[in-house]
Design a protein around this ligand. Structure first.
Ligand code: SF4
Length: 245
């Protein structure tokens, strides 16, 4: 079912009875004209090293089991990563870092994520983004963030029976959590809102814990701002919050 307006996004997200229907609805979303144009342009022009490949060029659904206890919330797909392969954090350097860490933590069956059919499986963990289309310069507009939010909120709603902790990768994901908390759990965020920081943790009764991590972007990992050890520590804490350690 195609979504071409914010009202259609809200209606189709709210009406999705399970994750497969939700994922299919996300992949058929055309509600943000700027992002639709960008994702399709990137898919048509392609990067030289991927010129022989067909890009996905659509919104990227979440990935991981329905009964996840740990949620990992990113910003948006990468132009030549998720927007190319069709799977979140797959086929780019950010994903290399993230999935290697998930594998070390025992939450992924392999340390790499290169293509949607590469056999990767996650345990207890589902990964999703606040905005489902690759944005120019990795910067969605506020209106795009708000238009896309119902997809995230319904995804959280569907996994809420098992979800115990959400790891927010970066300040954008951290900020996206507060409206989700209200929409999904009916709880008001703390006032003032807790500040994002690497290792920051917020526990509000009746909601999953929120755990902040620097984003796994190349900018952070190449400069050493986020090291593999730092990510291991975050995932260890997430497992503890989820009752998995
Ligand atoms: S960003 Fe979200 S709401 Fe906008 S077109 Fe993509 S999937 Fe649809």
């Amino acid at each position: 079912m195609l979504s071409r307006t914010p009202a259609e996004v809200s209606a189709h997200a709210a009406g999705a009875p399970d994750l497969p229907v939700l994922d299919a609805g996300i992949a058929d979303c055309f509600a943000c004209p700027r992002l639709v144009a960008w994702r399709e342009e990137v898919a048509a022009v392609r990067r030289a090293s991927f010129r022989e490949q067909s890009y996905w060029g659509r919104p990227v659904p979440g990935f991981g089991p329905a009964g996840a206890a740990i949620g990992i919330l990113g910003l948006a797909p990468a132009a030549h990563g998720g927007n190319r392969t069709g799977r979140v954090f797959t086929g780019d350097r950010s994903g290399d870092v993230l999935f290697a860490a998930l594998h070390r933590a025992g939450l992924a069956n392999q340390p790499t994520s290169v293509a949607a059919d590469d056999g990767l499986e996650l345990s207890h963990t589902r990964i999703f983004a606040a905005v489902r289309c690759a944005p120019p310069d990795n910067k969605p507009l506020p209106v795009e963030r708000d238009t896309c939010a119902p997809w995230l909120h319904r995804e959280l709603d569907l996994i809420s029976p098992t979800l115990r902790v959400v790891v927010a990768l970066g300040a954008f994901a951290w900020a996206a959590w507060w409206p989700a908390m209200t929409a999904v759990y009916g709880r008001r965020p703390p006032v003032p809102r807790p500040k994002f920081g690497h290792g920051a943790q917020v526990s509000v009764p009746g909601t999953p814990d929120l755990l902040g991590s620097y984003h796994v972007s190349q900018q952070n990992t190449f400069t050493g701002r986020l090291t593999p050890g730092m990510l291991d520590e975050i995932l260890g804490r997430a497992k503890q919050s989820a009752g998995l350690a």
